[in-house]
Design a protein around this ligand. Structure first.
Ligand code: G1P
Ligand code: ZN
Length: 543
């Protein structure tokens, strides 16, 4: 057994996106593709000599093979120790927690999140730093530069490691610690939430359904919700992680988690419903007969987090990604705490969390989290909701209605146009950029443009600037349109159009979302000529 050096040449298209590198699985399986990218990560972080790193993934197709390659390459690089989830499984938040708890130097997470899995679907890999969070842009830029001038990679020749048993193994001089993927994470949740109160709620007839979508949260939800909190045996459904997620999109939204939606909209629905995504960092929250938008969920959690022991002292501040509705800002304003608007992607919250400026953060794309880890966290959001429900002894619907009558309501929706030819999607954005200066003052669909810009983020902690983070158009009545291209898609371009309209507490709080957003949708079409650019007469996915 020895380290071999393999000559290679740069492979195009290895630029990390919003969350690591995502590609069709078959591309990842091409000769040298994974190895080039892993070596580029290793080089970009200054090597792995003597380091301790965490490794795990969401169990999708190729997860097991990729894990063996990463282990061998880290061994070749002289890593001291790898902490690996059993069967190379770790939810993204659990990986973040392990990095922090074991004071590791970072970790590799194998996932394409909510994208479908399988030989013909998607795979992904990202690197998180010592704080447990996604590598910042400075690092991902270095990784990309390296992928463009790589000439060789180093890999240890050896047998596959049996990752199915908890315990230790060695690869050359590297120690491998195979751990229970759930245990440390479940302990952390017990520290943050009042498990006693939630247990009481669940034994008082309150019913719940958690849909793990055949993805990684199955074992986590079964252990925490059923075994530790006493939810009924059939509460967690689709609980076994499958390499192809049962053929579905493991994306917890009303479109892809339609089964759960149908159950929750029925007359005999459980009191509470939730789902998580492929790698366990997203969440969808439902009450009987009601869907809570992720933007509203963030605001409600911010207003009520003090009910949970881990947040009893209050929040230091709240951050949301720019396209997320401004509902959380209203909570922060009333509470007199800081609120921040960051570009799309969890990596932008890292500095604010590390500096203690914010306790809670969230994105409209079903992501909510706190300073307990440096990733968004699906089950965490579910448990915080359950803790609040246990403390307030009200239904999800009542809590939401109380919230709107206190803060007003931000009607919100996102329209996605998927697999649009990249040149056409770019043309739409370019055209908007060229129009920005002339938009203020213009009237569209009865709304008057107040301001328009291409969002640039000035990080208040490290003062880095991230430009071109999305087109923002706001109107004098408080409505807003945001348009940006996805950084996680693997086919053509995905145009995301985010629509928001605000009604103050004494305004109309009971409209349907479609009705409320009609003028905003019309204005978006008028300004951006979406139909013409995408050749579609309606979005592919509306959430
Ligand atoms: C999407 C979401 C974004 C999220 C990311 C990773 O990125 O919109 O909020 O952080 O997935 O889960 P996008 O495809 O829009 O670049
Ligand atoms: Zn995810």
């Amino acid at each position: 057994m020895s380290v071999i050096t393999v000559q290679t040449t740069p492979i195009e298209g290895q630029k990390p996106g919003t969350s690591g590198l995502r590609k069709k699985t078959r591309i990842f399986m091409q000769p040298h593709f994974l190895e080039n990218f892993v070596q580029s990560i290793i080089d970009a972080i200054g090597g792995v000599q003597g380091k301790t790193l965490v490794l795990g993934g969401d169990g999708r197709y190729f997860n097991d093979r990729a894990a063996q390659v990463i282990l061998r390459m880290c061994a070749a690089g002289g890593a001291a120790k790898m902490i690996v989830g059993r069967n190379a499984l770790l939810s993204t938040p659990a990986a973040s927690n392990l990095i922090r708890k074991r004071a590791a130097d970072g970790g590799f997470i194998m996932s394409a999140s909510h994208n479908p899995g399988g030989e013909n679907e998607d795979f992904g890999l990202k690197f998180n730093g010592a704080n447990g969070g996604p590598a910042p842009e400075s690092v991902t830029d270095r990784i990309f530069v390296r992928t463009q001038d790589i000439t060789e990679y180093r890999i240890f020749e050896g047998q596959d490691i049996d990752l199915s048993r908890i315990g230790t193994a060695t690869l050359g001089g590297m120690e491998i610690d195979i751990v229970d993927p759930v245990a440390d994470y479940a302990t952390l949740m017990e520290q943050l939430f009042d498990f006693g109160a939630i247990r009481d709620l669940l034994s008082s007839g309150f019913t719940l359904r958690f849909d793990a979508m055949h993805a990684v949260t199955g074992p986590y939800a079964t252990e925490i919700l059923q075994n530790r909190l006493g939810a009924a045996r059939d509460s967690v459904v689709n609980a076994t992680p499958l390499p192809d997620f049962g053929g579905g999109h493991p994306d917890p939204n009303p479109v892809w988690a339609k089964d759960l939606m149908d159950v929750m909209m029925a007359k005999d629905a459980p009191d509470f419903g939730a789902a998580s995504d492929g790698d366990g960092d997203r969440n969808m929250i439902l009450g009987r007969g009601i869907y809570v938008t992720p933007s509203d969920s963030l605001a409600v959690l911010a207003a009520n987090a003090h009910h949970a022991p881990g947040y009893a002292a209050g929040l230091s501040g709240v951050a949301r990604s720019m396209p997320t509705s401004r509902a959380a800002d209203l909570v922060a304003k009333k509470a007199g705490i800081g609120s921040y608007e960051t570009p799309t992607g969890w990596k932008f919250f890292g500095n604010l969390l590390d500096a203690g400026r914010v306790t809670l953060c969230g994105e409209e794309s079903a992501g909510t989290g706190s300073d307990h880890v440096r990733e968004k966290d699906g089950l965490w959001a579910v448990l915080l909701w359950l803790n609040i429900l246990a403390a307030r002894k009200q239904s999800v619907q009542q809590i939401l209605q109380d919230h709107w009558s206190e803060y007003g309501r931000n009607y919100y929706s996102r329209h996605d146009y998927e697999a649009v030819p990249s040149d056409k999607a770019n043309a739409l954005i370019e055209r908007l950029r060229a129009m920005l200066n002339d938009l203020p003052g213009q009237e569209c669909a009865g709304l008057t443009v107040e301001a328009a810009d291409d969002f640039a983020y000035h990080d208040p902690i490290d003062e880095s600037v991230s430009k071109h983070q999305g087109i923002r158009i706001s109107f004098t009545d408080g409505s807003r349109i945001v348009m940006r291209l996805s950084g996680t898609g693997t086919e053509g371009a995905t145009l995301r159009v985010y629509l928001e309209r605000y009604q103050p507490a004494d305004g109309r709080l009971d409209m349907s979302v479609d009705e409320a957003l009609l003028p905003v949708i019309q204005a978006a079409e008028e300004i951006a000529q979406i139909r013409q650019h995408t050749d579609r007469d309606k979005p592919d996915v509306t959430t």
